[in-house]
Design a protein around this ligand. Structure first.
Ligand code: TYC
Length: 99
């Protein structure tokens, strides 16, 4: 006969990884066209969306670009900022955890 004792199944909680926002910061020097180009190239945005995000940051001071896991957000923000630096612009992308 089968007299094996089986343990009751316990559910292990799997937490979702916390998401982090990539934020575009306005400045007075980077040309609008360059900001739009970076958003298209680094964040795969359409021209239309890239322009809207750029103009929102321009008017309000900052705009959320996208949300990713912590590592991906950090990598994307650093990469986009570095591309701008390599062209001599002070454009800045930062990250912060989502509430
Ligand atoms: N303010 C810049 C200008 O007038 C354009 C700009 C927009 C720069 C958004 C950065 O995140 C930015 N040339």
């Amino acid at each position: 006969m089968n007299d094996t004792v089986t343990k009751p199944k316990t559910r292990t909680k799997v937490e979702r990884p916390k998401l982090h926002k990539v934020i575009l910061i306005n400045d007075d020097y980077t040309p609008r066209e360059f900001v739009t180009m970076i958003l298209k190239a680094e964040f795969r945005m359409t021209e239309d969306l890239a322009y809207k995000v750029m103009i929102t940051a321009h008017k309000l001071g900052a705009c959320v670009v996208a949300v990713f896991t912590k590592d991906v957000a950090g990598t994307k923000a650093t990469r986009a900022t570095d591309v701008a630096r390599s062209k001599g612009y002070p454009l800045l992308f930062t990250t912060e955890p989502e509430e």
